[in-house]
Design a protein around this ligand. Sequence first.
Ligand code: BGC
Length: 382
Amino acid sequence: MPHDLFDNAVFDPDTVQMMGEVFDAVWTRIEPDFRHLNARKLDSVRVALAGAVLAYTRLGLRDPLVLRAMASCRRKASPLFARSCSPTEQPSVTRVHIRGTRGETKMKTSSKIRYDLSGQIAIVTGASSGLGRATAQALAEAGALTIVNHPPKPSSDAKAAAVVAEIEASGGQSVAIAADVSKEDQVNAMVAEAVRRFGTVHILVANAGIERPAAIQDMSLADWQAVIDINLTGAFLAARAATREFLRRGAVPTLSTATGKIIFTSSVHEVIPWAFQANYAASKGGLAMLMRSLAQELAPMKIRVNSVAPGAIRTPINREAWQTEAARNDLLKLIPYGRIGEPEDIARAVTWLASDASDYVTGVTLVVDGGMTLYPAFRGQG
Ligand code: BGC
């Protein structure tokens, strides 16, 4: 029945189908909260949801009216938007005064912490495996509709589809969008598609990264270029496209105090030199200054830019370093905390940086490495 509401000459068939999908996805999730209602009341809830989807699609997230209405519904703990949050996890009501986009922002201090990302749209690049996958899952768990970016190749299509399915199975919202992050047109097209389908983007996690180890005398220009293109140029392209969208949309204080949040996946090798991986270390060193420069440039526009610097995390990229017992023991000598990191260690840090819980944090690299950057070889030495 509510699908009929969408069958309107105003919308093209793709949009009608998209609205139907959004309606079904949300309804599946919230329906258990309404089982106690009689058929008539249930119908009115479905019509209300259809109206919300319709307004969202028609006006898009770019319309502050829609956002304010949605956020106010959420604050009133309307089951439509409250998802599975327990009352104690509801965001605190924080008054924010914005005087113009570049003006002073005052945030009333509150002891309650705002981790909730409901209503926000996040893009995670390189999310079909490893850190990106765990990060996409964590952001979706925190309530963000999460776009799983992956390289445009068949093997990645299947992996990205699996990540989307995992997120949806645990009650989150997600779609996959293929794009080679090193290609300007593909990155711009990815962000444009996100805006077309979901209205805007609030969070970018520029995570895609590769390694091409070689001794410097044997390192081909292609090895150098591939790593710089994906790890550094890819981060620049994604950050630029996201920033353009943040500025176009402007502030929506009911969703987040910041107009946008950018988080780069850096590495401990933004500070630790790495023999035989000069291309990789150079890309991460470059990322450190890209991040700090953008943070300085964009803070007046209320866009926060930070990095997470993982140490040795158990992912496919460094399988050789942890797969055998001998390799693992060698690796553990570099980690004072005595364990190899798990992707979720990184995902939690990224989620914090994406949320208003870190609202006063910009221009920092949050090192998540079990102490690797503490140079443990110097313990009792030197
Ligand atoms: C690299 C891993 C490495 C870790 C610590 C990360 O940035 O991607 O391969 O294990 O740094 O050296």
